[in-house]
Ligand binder design. Structure first.
Ligand code: SDX
Length: 440
């Protein structure tokens, strides 16, 4: 049934739009999901009215149907395939969440064992990848390096680039989930001037990542189980988040039939921005800039001022107008991890005081600005020994499974159409060409 037929079917729910100037009306189908706002299917709008819709920054536009993640911003709810993030963070592992996001259900033990084996045996990268690092300055931002080396994966895996072959899509997904931690750890080592550590197949995903980041060839390295558990929880909390900027970037790149490695590299580039995944680094830098509790009021006023570009990093969210459930879990983990590591970071107390003061302030209350996932994550990562510049890379390590799952879901749609938004043109009307000697 076409959308036009659907809009006129007797029992179909429709939305009628009318043009006040001409009196013309158009009926558009209303589509309903499991949860969340219903959508008006506007695919016939231009054909029936000659009008586009206009929604810069996509504040009220659904780009796709998806079965992976649901966010209720008003209630502060986040679910992956129907499971609450609080339960997944407390009761499952990142490997289980990867399976859930990719395949739709929590794995049985046998399924998890097979999946984990497939991931573990793809963790090494082609040795030629090492040479890409040599081209970067040691002080290059790690996200700049990741944009380059992840995109370069396309140059190596020609045997899994047929995006219309489900088996090759699955191999690419496994390769990406497996190799991103290796490339991330190599990026960290390169910036420190330390030798790369090759992955170890006897370690779990979080243990292996920590090993590649913190071990050195000169001595044995035992992964701290507290750090491994904290790392696994951080990976779970950042895994997927509906159609955020970087996920939408991955989907749009994938809609042109670009290979999955190139799409994930595009997602990494989008995540880097301080309005998105780059906020975790910006939060630590902000806390260091604030310095002590006495200076909090000054920075709160700056955040509220229209004349000051300063924003409270780690605060606010396009969707959450209530607490970000991930921030709640990370805040609890902060206390636990710092205590178990015996780290006394004054930034944690400063962050908690900043949150308390902000949440009592009318400006933040009226705009429903709450701490988001980035507000507390950096404090834990700092306590774990990661350089601040690596924080967004860690976000990308986790989000790769979300990006890949969303890309896979899009590729499994019956028809893949290239994403191609339109615009409202507000430039100059047509005018005659001006020869050089007549200009100025
Ligand atoms: C992530 O989309 C996702 O799901 C993202 C993410 C994921 O998992 O993928 O959750 C991860 O990116 C979290 C967000 C990390 N970014 C930050 O912490 C940066 C600081 N936050 C802001 O830049 C902002 O809150 C955004 C970008 C997160 C959201 O911006 P919106 O939805 O476009 O909201 P807005 O800028 O229109 O703000 C509405 C009002 C404005 O004031 P008024 O014009 O109404 O007077 O709130 C103000 C803003 O100035 N505001 C802030 C603020 N965030 C919004 N004022 C001070 N400090 C802030 N942090």
């Amino acid at each position: 049934m076409s959308n036009a037929e659907a809009a006129n079917a007797p029992d179909e729910k429709t939305f009628t739009l009318s043009n006040d100037e001409t009196g013309d009306t158009v009926k558009l189908p209303i589509v309903e999901g499991t949860y969340g706002p219903h959508c008006i299917d506007i695919r016939q709008l231009y054909g029936q009215t000659g009008h586009f819709t206009l929604d810069p920054s996509f504040t009220a536009t659904g780009s796709c149907k998806s079965r992976i993640t649901y966010i209720d911003g008003d209630e502060g709810i986040l679910m992956h395939r129907g499971y609450r993030i609080e339960d997944l963070a407390a009761k499952s592992s990142f490997m289980e969440v990867c399976y859930l996001l990719l395949y739709g259900d929590l794995p049985t033990q046998d399924q998890l064992d097979e999946f984990t084996h497939n991931i573990v045996y793809h963790t090494m990268v082609h040795d030629q990848m090492n040479y890409f690092y040599r081209g970067f300055r040691r002080d290059a931002h790690p996200m700049a390096v990741m944009c380059g080396v992840v995109g370069a994966l396309s140059a190596f895996y020609h045997d899994s680039l047929d995006i219309f072959d489900p088996k090759q899509r699955e191999i690419s997904a496994h390769r990406l989930i497996a190799k991103i931690p290796t490339l991330a750890a190599m990026t960290m080592k390169y910036s420190m001037g330390q030798p790369f550590m090759y992955p170890r197949n006897d370690l779990s995903y979080p243990e292996n990542f920590l090993y590649m980041c913190f071990a050195v060839p000169a001595e044995a390295y035992e992964v701290n189980p507290v750090l491994a558990k904290a790392m696994d929880r951080i990976l779970i909390l950042h895994a997927d988040h509906e159609q955020n900027a970087s996920t939408s970037t991955v989907r749009l790149a994938g809609s042109s039939q670009a290979n999955p490695f190139a799409c994930i590299a595009a997602g990494i580039a989008s995540l880097w921005g301080p309005s998105h995944g780059g906020a975790n680094q910006a939060v630590l830098e902000m806390l260091d800039q604030i310095g002590s509790k006495e200076h909090i009021p000054e920075f709160i006023e700056r955040a509220k001022s229209k004349d000051d570009p300063f924003k409270l990093m780690g605060f606010g969210h396009r969707v959450y107008k209530n607490h970000d459930p991930r921030a709640q879990v990370l805040k609890e983990s902060c206390d636990e991890v710092l205590d178990l590591l015996g780290v006394d970071d004054p930034r944690l107390e400063l962050a908690m005081e900043l949150e308390r003061i902000a949440l009592e302030d009318d400006y933040f209350k009226e705009r429903k600005l709450f701490p988001n996932v980035d507000f507390y994550s950096g404090i834990i990562l700092k306590a774990m020994g990661f350089p601040v510049e690596m924080f967004t890379v860690l976000f990308a390590v986790s989000r790769t499974v979300g990006w890949t799952s969303q890309w896979k879901e899009m590729m499994e749609e019956p028809s893949l159409k290239i994403g191609r938004p339109r615009q409202l043109y507000t430039g100059p009307a047509e005018r005659p060409f001006i020869p050089m000697d007549k200009r100025g």
